[in-house]
Design a protein around this ligand. Sequence first.
Ligand SMILES: [Zn+2]
Ligand SMILES: [Zn+2]
Length: 152
Amino acid sequence: MWTIEEGIERIRNKGLKITSQRIAILKLLKDRKDHPSAEKIFREMKRSYPTISFATIYSTAQILQEAGLLQILTIDEHRVFFDPNPEPHAHFRCKKCGAVSDLTLDPTIFEKIADSSPESVECVQVYCYGTCGFCRKECDSIEYPAKQVPVN
Ligand SMILES: [Zn+2]
Ligand SMILES: [Zn+2]
């Protein structure tokens, strides 16, 4: 993961301007593991920058992605999620609660996908969908009697 100083440096190296809003978004995203949606970041930014627009959040995210500081996840068809971990890793979205989390997969899978393509692959996204552990527990306790393990 990157520090704020590294983040600023990488934005500068891209020939882009450092604005107080861009630094504020960097600070807001740094080290986050919760994969916040663009809307959530918009709401959080509005507390310090009441006039900020959603378009600014999104365009800043694209700059951060270009600078290798952020992944914009299109795991959901209705909204995007941000991940400040730029390393390739798989994601999981729960169909019940909508939470997005990291999924531990064999990391070589990303190289294998890239290597097996005749095209020059620069980015691989792996999106998996299902029911998260928390929602499974909820649904087990409601729908299934004790000891009976649900199929799938
Ligand atoms: Zn869930
Ligand atoms: Zn992630």
